[in-house]
Ligand binder design. Sequence first.
Ligand code: ATP
Ligand code: MG
Length: 441
Amino acid sequence: MSRANAAPDPARIEAPPAVTWIVRTLEDRGFETWTVGGAVRDALLGHPSGDWDLATRARPGEIRRAFKRTVPVGIEHGTVGVLARDGIMYEVTTFRRDVETDGRHAVVSFADRIEEDLARRDFTINAIAWHPLTERLLDPFHGREDLGAGLLRTVGEPAERFEEDYLRVLRAIRFAGRFGLRVADETWDAMRAVVDRLPDLSAERIRDELVKVLDTDPRPSIALRLYADSGALAVLYPELEARRTVPATTQEGGDPPSEWDVCCATVDTLPVANATLRLAALMWGLAHDEAAALLMRLRLSNAQMDRTLLLATTPELPPPHATDTDFRRWLSRTGLEVWPAAVRLQFAFATTRARLGLATDDDAESLEASWKRARAICDQKPPLSVGDLELNGRDLIALGLKPGPRFGTILEGLLSWVLEDPARNRHELLAERVQEKIGDA
Ligand code: ATP
Ligand code: MG
Protein backbone atom coordinates (compact mmCIF):
# COMPACT_ATOMS: atom_id res chain seq x y z
CA MET A 1 0.00 0.00 0.00
CA SER A 2 1.38 3.38 -0.95
CA ARG A 3 1.38 5.75 1.97
CA ALA A 4 0.24 8.73 -0.07
CA ASN A 5 -2.80 6.81 -1.29
CA ALA A 6 -3.92 6.17 2.23
CA ALA A 7 -3.60 9.84 3.19
CA PRO A 8 -6.89 11.48 4.15
CA ASP A 9 -8.55 13.80 1.71
CA PRO A 10 -8.33 17.55 2.41
CA ALA A 11 -11.72 17.95 0.75
CA ARG A 12 -13.06 16.74 4.08
CA ILE A 13 -12.02 19.98 5.75
CA GLU A 14 -14.73 22.48 6.42
CA ALA A 15 -14.09 25.42 8.72
CA PRO A 16 -16.91 27.16 10.59
CA PRO A 17 -18.05 30.38 8.86
CA ALA A 18 -16.64 32.46 11.71
CA VAL A 19 -13.16 31.06 11.04
CA THR A 20 -13.38 31.99 7.37
CA TRP A 21 -14.56 35.45 8.38
CA ILE A 22 -11.56 35.95 10.69
CA VAL A 23 -9.16 34.84 7.96
CA ARG A 24 -10.79 37.15 5.41
CA THR A 25 -10.76 40.13 7.78
CA LEU A 26 -7.03 39.75 8.44
CA GLU A 27 -6.11 39.06 4.83
CA ASP A 28 -8.09 42.12 3.67
CA ARG A 29 -5.68 44.07 5.85
CA GLY A 30 -2.74 42.40 4.18
CA PHE A 31 -1.92 39.75 6.81
CA GLU A 32 -1.50 36.16 5.65
CA THR A 33 -3.58 33.90 7.95
CA TRP A 34 -4.01 30.11 8.21
CA THR A 35 -5.88 27.57 10.31
CA VAL A 36 -3.42 25.24 12.05
CA GLY A 37 -2.96 22.44 14.54
CA GLY A 38 -5.51 20.12 16.13
CA ALA A 39 -8.59 21.18 14.18
CA VAL A 40 -6.92 20.61 10.80
CA ARG A 41 -5.66 17.21 11.97
CA ASP A 42 -9.07 16.22 13.34
CA ALA A 43 -10.87 17.40 10.20
CA LEU A 44 -8.51 15.32 8.04
CA LEU A 45 -9.34 12.31 10.20
CA GLY A 46 -13.02 13.00 9.80
CA HIS A 47 -13.40 13.76 13.52
CA PRO A 48 -15.53 16.71 14.54
CA SER A 49 -13.03 19.47 15.23
CA GLY A 50 -13.05 21.26 18.52
CA ASP A 51 -10.88 24.32 18.75
CA TRP A 52 -10.00 26.03 15.51
CA ASP A 53 -6.72 27.84 16.05
CA LEU A 54 -5.44 30.44 13.62
CA ALA A 55 -1.91 31.57 12.85
CA THR A 56 -1.26 34.94 11.27
CA ARG A 57 1.48 37.29 10.15
CA ALA A 58 -0.34 40.12 11.95
CA ARG A 59 1.24 41.15 15.26
CA PRO A 60 -0.97 41.11 18.38
CA GLY A 61 -1.66 44.86 18.21
CA GLU A 62 -2.70 44.50 14.60
CA ILE A 63 -5.01 41.59 15.40
CA ARG A 64 -6.66 43.65 18.13
CA ARG A 65 -7.19 46.59 15.81
CA ALA A 66 -8.78 44.37 13.15
CA PHE A 67 -11.65 43.17 15.35
CA LYS A 68 -14.20 44.81 17.62
CA ARG A 69 -14.21 42.24 20.36
CA THR A 70 -10.87 40.76 21.37
CA VAL A 71 -9.42 39.32 24.57
CA PRO A 72 -5.68 39.31 25.31
CA VAL A 73 -5.66 35.60 26.30
CA GLY A 74 -1.92 35.07 25.97
CA ILE A 75 -0.54 38.30 24.69
CA GLU A 76 3.01 37.46 25.79
CA HIS A 77 2.91 34.46 23.42
CA GLY A 78 1.25 36.52 20.72
CA THR A 79 -2.21 35.03 21.22
CA VAL A 80 -5.34 37.15 20.95
CA GLY A 81 -8.83 35.77 21.46
CA VAL A 82 -11.27 36.98 18.83
CA LEU A 83 -14.90 36.79 19.82
CA ALA A 84 -16.81 35.90 16.68
CA ARG A 85 -20.44 36.34 15.78
CA ASP A 86 -21.15 32.69 16.58
CA GLY A 87 -20.35 33.54 20.20
CA ILE A 88 -17.19 31.42 20.16
CA MET A 89 -13.77 32.80 20.99
CA TYR A 90 -11.10 31.78 18.48
CA GLU A 91 -7.42 31.99 19.33
CA VAL A 92 -5.40 33.90 16.78
CA THR A 93 -1.64 33.68 17.25
CA THR A 94 1.13 35.55 15.49
CA PHE A 95 3.57 33.28 13.58
CA ARG A 96 6.32 32.29 16.00
CA ARG A 97 9.64 30.58 16.14
CA ASP A 98 11.47 29.18 19.16
CA VAL A 99 14.58 31.06 20.19
CA GLU A 100 15.43 29.27 23.39
CA THR A 101 14.15 26.15 25.14
CA ASP A 102 15.12 24.27 28.28
CA GLY A 103 12.76 21.34 28.36
CA ARG A 104 10.25 23.17 30.52
CA HIS A 105 9.69 26.53 28.86
CA ALA A 106 10.20 27.99 25.42
CA VAL A 107 11.14 31.56 24.66
CA VAL A 108 9.53 32.46 21.36
CA SER A 109 9.85 35.36 18.99
CA PHE A 110 7.54 36.43 16.19
CA ALA A 111 8.18 35.13 12.70
CA ASP A 112 7.18 36.30 9.26
CA ARG A 113 6.50 32.98 7.57
CA ILE A 114 3.97 30.26 8.25
CA GLU A 115 6.67 27.68 7.41
CA GLU A 116 8.71 28.80 10.41
CA ASP A 117 5.63 28.57 12.59
CA LEU A 118 4.91 25.01 11.43
CA ALA A 119 8.53 23.98 12.01
CA ARG A 120 8.31 24.68 15.75
CA ARG A 121 5.26 22.44 16.20
CA ASP A 122 5.66 19.06 17.85
CA PHE A 123 4.45 16.31 15.51
CA THR A 124 3.99 16.14 11.76
CA ILE A 125 0.25 15.52 12.18
CA ASN A 126 0.00 18.76 14.21
CA ALA A 127 2.06 20.80 11.75
CA ILE A 128 -0.41 21.04 8.90
CA ALA A 129 -1.93 24.38 7.88
CA TRP A 130 -5.08 24.82 5.86
CA HIS A 131 -6.28 27.98 4.19
CA PRO A 132 -10.07 28.31 4.20
CA LEU A 133 -10.18 30.85 1.31
CA THR A 134 -7.81 29.16 -1.13
CA GLU A 135 -8.51 25.69 0.33
CA ARG A 136 -4.78 25.09 0.13
CA LEU A 137 -3.17 22.53 2.44
CA LEU A 138 0.34 23.40 3.54
CA ASP A 139 2.04 20.28 4.83
CA PRO A 140 5.82 20.61 4.63
CA PHE A 141 6.44 17.68 7.01
CA HIS A 142 4.07 15.22 5.33
CA GLY A 143 1.70 14.97 8.26
CA ARG A 144 -1.11 13.88 5.99
CA GLU A 145 0.88 10.88 4.80
CA ASP A 146 1.68 10.00 8.40
CA LEU A 147 -1.99 10.17 9.31
CA GLY A 148 -2.73 7.88 6.40
CA ALA A 149 0.03 5.47 7.38
CA GLY A 150 -0.96 5.62 11.07
CA LEU A 151 2.38 6.98 12.20
CA LEU A 152 3.34 9.50 14.88
CA ARG A 153 6.61 11.31 14.19
CA THR A 154 8.20 14.48 15.48
CA VAL A 155 8.83 17.42 13.22
CA GLY A 156 12.61 17.30 12.86
CA GLU A 157 15.16 15.44 14.97
CA PRO A 158 13.24 13.55 17.72
CA ALA A 159 15.92 13.78 20.42
CA GLU A 160 16.23 17.52 19.95
CA ARG A 161 12.51 18.10 19.95
CA PHE A 162 11.95 16.18 23.20
CA GLU A 163 14.92 17.93 24.86
CA GLU A 164 13.25 21.24 23.99
CA ASP A 165 10.05 20.30 25.78
CA TYR A 166 9.64 17.09 27.77
CA LEU A 167 5.87 17.52 27.74
CA ARG A 168 5.97 16.38 24.13
CA VAL A 169 6.63 12.85 25.43
CA LEU A 170 3.25 12.83 27.13
CA ARG A 171 1.60 14.53 24.18
CA ALA A 172 3.02 11.86 21.85
CA ILE A 173 1.51 9.17 24.06
CA ARG A 174 -1.83 10.94 24.11
CA PHE A 175 -2.04 11.45 20.35
CA ALA A 176 -0.77 7.95 19.53
CA GLY A 177 -3.38 6.45 21.85
CA ARG A 178 -6.23 8.69 20.79
CA PHE A 179 -5.72 8.19 17.06
CA GLY A 180 -4.35 4.64 17.15
CA LEU A 181 -1.00 5.66 15.67
CA ARG A 182 2.20 3.69 15.89
CA VAL A 183 5.04 5.77 17.26
CA ALA A 184 7.88 5.83 14.72
CA ASP A 185 10.97 3.98 15.99
CA GLU A 186 13.31 6.98 16.25
CA THR A 187 10.59 9.03 17.94
CA TRP A 188 9.93 6.19 20.39
CA ASP A 189 13.62 5.71 21.22
CA ALA A 190 13.99 9.45 21.84
CA MET A 191 10.95 9.44 24.14
CA ARG A 192 12.31 6.59 26.21
CA ALA A 193 15.64 8.33 26.49
CA VAL A 194 14.12 11.37 28.24
CA VAL A 195 11.40 9.86 30.46
CA ASP A 196 13.61 10.33 33.51
CA ARG A 197 13.36 14.08 32.98
CA LEU A 198 9.54 14.15 33.09
CA PRO A 199 9.44 15.11 36.79
CA ASP A 200 11.09 18.42 35.78
CA LEU A 201 7.72 19.43 34.32
CA SER A 202 5.24 21.23 36.53
CA ALA A 203 2.71 19.01 38.31
CA GLU A 204 -0.10 20.82 36.53
CA ARG A 205 1.18 20.05 33.04
CA ILE A 206 1.74 16.39 33.96
CA ARG A 207 -1.73 16.13 35.44
CA ASP A 208 -3.45 17.90 32.55
CA GLU A 209 -1.98 15.41 30.09
CA LEU A 210 -3.30 12.41 32.03
CA VAL A 211 -6.67 14.09 32.55
CA LYS A 212 -6.92 14.80 28.80
CA VAL A 213 -6.41 11.12 28.05
CA LEU A 214 -9.10 10.15 30.54
CA ASP A 215 -11.44 12.94 29.52
CA THR A 216 -11.30 12.62 25.73
CA ASP A 217 -10.09 9.18 24.66
CA PRO A 218 -12.85 6.61 24.09
CA ARG A 219 -10.25 3.86 24.73
CA PRO A 220 -7.61 5.17 27.12
CA SER A 221 -6.04 1.72 27.56
CA ILE A 222 -3.88 2.24 24.45
CA ALA A 223 -2.36 5.48 25.73
CA LEU A 224 -2.08 3.99 29.22
CA ARG A 225 -0.14 1.05 27.83
CA LEU A 226 2.22 3.54 26.16
CA TYR A 227 2.67 5.29 29.51
CA ALA A 228 3.73 1.92 30.89
CA ASP A 229 5.87 0.75 27.96
CA SER A 230 7.73 4.05 27.62
CA GLY A 231 8.67 4.10 31.29
CA ALA A 232 6.67 7.28 31.95
CA LEU A 233 4.34 5.38 34.28
CA ALA A 234 7.19 4.18 36.49
CA VAL A 235 8.67 7.68 36.68
CA LEU A 236 5.46 9.65 37.27
CA TYR A 237 3.10 7.17 38.87
CA PRO A 238 5.16 4.47 40.65
CA GLU A 239 2.09 3.43 42.69
CA LEU A 240 0.36 2.44 39.46
CA GLU A 241 3.50 0.88 38.00
CA ALA A 242 3.63 -1.45 41.01
CA ARG A 243 0.18 -2.79 40.10
CA ARG A 244 1.61 -4.17 36.88
CA THR A 245 3.33 -6.94 38.81
CA VAL A 246 0.31 -7.91 40.92
CA PRO A 247 -1.57 -10.79 39.27
CA ALA A 248 -5.34 -10.25 39.16
CA THR A 249 -6.08 -13.78 40.35
CA THR A 250 -4.65 -16.20 42.86
CA GLN A 251 -5.50 -19.14 40.63
CA GLU A 252 -2.54 -21.13 39.40
CA GLY A 253 -1.45 -21.43 35.83
CA GLY A 254 -1.54 -19.41 32.67
CA ASP A 255 -0.34 -15.88 32.38
CA PRO A 256 -2.97 -13.96 34.29
CA PRO A 257 -3.61 -10.27 33.65
CA SER A 258 -2.26 -7.90 36.26
CA GLU A 259 -4.34 -5.63 38.47
CA TRP A 260 -3.12 -2.78 36.24
CA ASP A 261 -4.49 -4.59 33.15
CA VAL A 262 -7.87 -4.98 34.84
CA CYS A 263 -7.94 -1.28 35.75
CA CYS A 264 -7.10 -0.23 32.18
CA ALA A 265 -9.71 -2.56 30.70
CA THR A 266 -12.29 -1.19 33.13
CA VAL A 267 -11.41 2.43 32.31
CA ASP A 268 -12.24 1.64 28.68
CA THR A 269 -15.79 0.70 29.64
CA LEU A 270 -16.44 4.04 31.35
CA PRO A 271 -17.63 7.08 29.41
CA VAL A 272 -15.51 10.00 28.19
CA ALA A 273 -15.95 13.39 29.82
CA ASN A 274 -15.92 11.79 33.26
CA ALA A 275 -12.24 11.94 34.15
CA THR A 276 -12.91 11.63 37.88
CA LEU A 277 -14.67 8.29 37.52
CA ARG A 278 -11.99 6.98 35.17
CA LEU A 279 -9.16 8.21 37.37
CA ALA A 280 -10.75 6.44 40.31
CA ALA A 281 -10.93 3.25 38.21
CA LEU A 282 -7.26 3.60 37.32
CA MET A 283 -6.38 3.92 41.01
CA TRP A 284 -8.68 1.11 42.08
CA GLY A 285 -7.14 -1.20 44.65
CA LEU A 286 -4.45 1.21 45.82
CA ALA A 287 -4.11 1.53 49.56
CA HIS A 288 -5.74 4.68 50.91
CA ASP A 289 -2.43 6.37 51.71
CA GLU A 290 -0.94 5.59 48.32
CA ALA A 291 -4.02 6.89 46.55
CA ALA A 292 -3.96 10.06 48.63
CA ALA A 293 -0.27 10.62 47.89
CA LEU A 294 -0.80 10.20 44.16
CA LEU A 295 -3.74 12.63 44.16
CA MET A 296 -1.74 15.17 46.15
CA ARG A 297 0.98 15.07 43.51
CA LEU A 298 -1.59 15.64 40.78
CA ARG A 299 -2.67 18.86 42.55
CA LEU A 300 -6.35 18.40 41.87
CA SER A 301 -8.77 20.75 43.59
CA ASN A 302 -9.69 19.64 47.11
CA ALA A 303 -13.21 18.74 46.05
CA GLN A 304 -12.00 16.61 43.13
CA MET A 305 -9.38 15.00 45.28
CA ASP A 306 -11.88 14.03 48.00
CA ARG A 307 -14.32 12.60 45.53
CA THR A 308 -11.70 10.63 43.60
CA LEU A 309 -10.20 9.26 46.79
CA LEU A 310 -13.58 8.21 48.11
CA LEU A 311 -14.49 6.53 44.82
CA ALA A 312 -11.16 4.75 44.45
CA THR A 313 -11.07 3.40 47.98
CA THR A 314 -14.72 2.72 48.84
CA PRO A 315 -15.08 -0.80 50.19
CA GLU A 316 -17.34 -3.17 48.30
CA LEU A 317 -21.07 -3.07 48.89
CA PRO A 318 -22.02 -5.56 51.62
CA PRO A 319 -23.17 -8.97 50.30
CA PRO A 320 -26.92 -9.26 49.50
CA HIS A 321 -27.68 -11.14 52.73
CA ALA A 322 -25.92 -8.63 55.03
CA THR A 323 -27.95 -6.79 57.68
CA ASP A 324 -29.69 -3.45 57.16
CA THR A 325 -27.20 -1.98 59.61
CA ASP A 326 -24.32 -3.13 57.40
CA PHE A 327 -25.91 -1.37 54.45
CA ARG A 328 -26.60 1.80 56.41
CA ARG A 329 -23.01 1.86 57.64
CA TRP A 330 -21.72 1.44 54.10
CA LEU A 331 -24.00 4.21 52.79
CA SER A 332 -23.04 6.47 55.65
CA ARG A 333 -19.34 5.97 55.03
CA THR A 334 -19.59 6.43 51.28
CA GLY A 335 -22.02 9.33 51.36
CA LEU A 336 -25.28 9.85 49.52
CA GLU A 337 -23.61 11.93 46.87
CA VAL A 338 -20.91 9.46 45.95
CA TRP A 339 -22.50 6.07 46.44
CA PRO A 340 -24.20 5.71 43.03
CA ALA A 341 -20.89 6.40 41.26
CA ALA A 342 -19.10 4.01 43.64
CA VAL A 343 -21.54 1.24 42.76
CA ARG A 344 -21.19 2.05 39.08
CA LEU A 345 -17.45 1.48 39.42
CA GLN A 346 -17.99 -1.80 41.21
CA PHE A 347 -20.27 -2.95 38.41
CA ALA A 348 -17.72 -1.91 35.82
CA PHE A 349 -15.02 -3.95 37.58
CA ALA A 350 -17.28 -6.98 38.10
CA THR A 351 -18.24 -6.98 34.42
CA THR A 352 -14.66 -6.54 33.24
CA ARG A 353 -13.41 -9.28 35.55
CA ALA A 354 -16.09 -11.63 34.25
CA ARG A 355 -15.16 -10.77 30.67
CA LEU A 356 -11.48 -11.48 31.39
CA GLY A 357 -12.40 -14.81 32.97
CA LEU A 358 -11.34 -13.65 36.43
CA ALA A 359 -14.79 -13.85 37.95
CA THR A 360 -18.12 -15.45 37.24
CA ASP A 361 -21.34 -13.74 36.26
CA ASP A 362 -22.59 -14.70 39.74
CA ASP A 363 -20.45 -11.92 41.17
CA ALA A 364 -22.16 -9.32 39.00
CA GLU A 365 -25.55 -10.79 39.91
CA SER A 366 -24.87 -10.69 43.61
CA LEU A 367 -23.65 -7.13 43.22
CA GLU A 368 -26.92 -6.27 41.58
CA ALA A 369 -28.88 -7.81 44.45
CA SER A 370 -26.80 -5.77 46.92
CA TRP A 371 -27.38 -2.64 44.91
CA LYS A 372 -31.15 -3.16 45.02
CA ARG A 373 -31.05 -3.52 48.78
CA ALA A 374 -28.94 -0.40 49.14
CA ARG A 375 -31.43 1.53 47.03
CA ALA A 376 -34.42 0.26 49.02
CA ILE A 377 -32.72 1.31 52.24
CA CYS A 378 -31.89 4.71 50.78
CA ASP A 379 -35.54 5.20 49.84
CA GLN A 380 -36.46 4.88 53.53
CA LYS A 381 -34.31 8.00 54.06
CA PRO A 382 -32.65 6.81 57.26
CA PRO A 383 -30.34 9.20 59.12
CA LEU A 384 -26.88 8.58 57.64
CA SER A 385 -24.79 11.53 58.70
CA VAL A 386 -24.19 13.56 61.85
CA GLY A 387 -26.21 16.35 60.25
CA ASP A 388 -29.28 14.08 60.16
CA LEU A 389 -29.26 13.52 63.92
CA GLU A 390 -32.10 14.96 66.00
CA LEU A 391 -29.49 16.36 68.34
CA ASN A 392 -26.71 18.80 67.51
CA GLY A 393 -23.86 20.72 69.08
CA ARG A 394 -26.16 23.38 70.50
CA ASP A 395 -28.18 20.67 72.24
CA LEU A 396 -24.98 19.32 73.78
CA ILE A 397 -24.25 22.77 75.22
CA ALA A 398 -27.80 22.90 76.59
CA LEU A 399 -27.05 19.58 78.28
CA GLY A 400 -24.20 21.34 80.07
CA LEU A 401 -21.25 20.16 77.97
CA LYS A 402 -18.34 22.44 77.11
CA PRO A 403 -17.83 22.85 73.35
CA GLY A 404 -14.65 21.25 72.04
CA PRO A 405 -13.26 18.56 69.79
CA ARG A 406 -15.04 16.03 72.01
CA PHE A 407 -18.35 17.12 70.43
CA GLY A 408 -17.33 15.47 67.14
CA THR A 409 -16.59 12.19 68.89
CA ILE A 410 -19.86 12.28 70.83
CA LEU A 411 -21.94 12.97 67.72
CA GLU A 412 -20.12 10.26 65.74
CA GLY A 413 -20.85 7.85 68.58
CA LEU A 414 -24.54 8.78 68.47
CA LEU A 415 -24.62 8.33 64.70
CA SER A 416 -23.08 4.89 65.00
CA TRP A 417 -25.79 3.98 67.53
CA VAL A 418 -28.54 5.36 65.28
CA LEU A 419 -27.20 3.50 62.23
CA GLU A 420 -27.98 0.29 64.12
CA ASP A 421 -31.62 1.37 64.42
CA PRO A 422 -32.99 4.52 62.77
CA ALA A 423 -35.88 4.59 65.29
CA ARG A 424 -33.33 5.71 67.87
CA ASN A 425 -33.06 9.07 66.14
CA ARG A 426 -35.29 10.93 68.63
CA HIS A 427 -34.15 13.92 70.57
CA GLU A 428 -35.06 12.54 74.02
CA LEU A 429 -33.42 9.17 73.37
CA LEU A 430 -30.23 10.78 72.12
CA ALA A 431 -30.12 13.26 75.03
CA GLU A 432 -30.68 10.41 77.48
CA ARG A 433 -27.84 8.43 75.92
CA VAL A 434 -25.49 11.40 76.13
CA GLN A 435 -26.30 11.84 79.80
CA GLU A 436 -25.79 8.15 80.50
CA LYS A 437 -22.40 8.27 78.78
CA ILE A 438 -21.34 11.38 80.71
CA GLY A 439 -22.43 9.65 83.88
CA ASP A 440 -20.21 6.71 82.93
CA ALA A 441 -17.19 8.90 82.25
P1 ATP B 1 -6.05 18.83 21.40
O1 ATP B 1 -6.53 20.24 21.55
O2 ATP B 1 -7.03 17.89 20.82
O3 ATP B 1 -5.39 18.33 22.62
P2 ATP B 1 -4.12 20.06 19.68
O4 ATP B 1 -3.21 19.51 18.64
O5 ATP B 1 -5.08 21.12 19.29
O6 ATP B 1 -4.87 18.82 20.32
P3 ATP B 1 -3.14 21.97 21.57
O7 ATP B 1 -2.47 21.74 22.87
O8 ATP B 1 -4.45 22.62 21.53
O9 ATP B 1 -3.19 20.55 20.85
O10 ATP B 1 -2.09 22.78 20.68
C1 ATP B 1 -2.40 23.30 19.41
C2 ATP B 1 -1.22 23.11 18.49
O11 ATP B 1 -0.09 23.80 19.01
C3 ATP B 1 -0.75 21.67 18.31
O12 ATP B 1 -1.48 21.02 17.29
C4 ATP B 1 0.71 21.85 17.95
O13 ATP B 1 0.86 22.20 16.60
C5 ATP B 1 1.11 23.05 18.79
N1 ATP B 1 1.66 22.67 20.10
C6 ATP B 1 0.99 22.59 21.27
N2 ATP B 1 1.79 22.21 22.27
C7 ATP B 1 3.02 22.09 21.74
C8 ATP B 1 4.30 21.74 22.27
N3 ATP B 1 4.45 21.43 23.56
N4 ATP B 1 5.34 21.72 21.42
C9 ATP B 1 5.20 22.03 20.11
N5 ATP B 1 4.03 22.34 19.56
C10 ATP B 1 2.93 22.38 20.34
MG1 MG C 1 -6.38 22.19 20.62
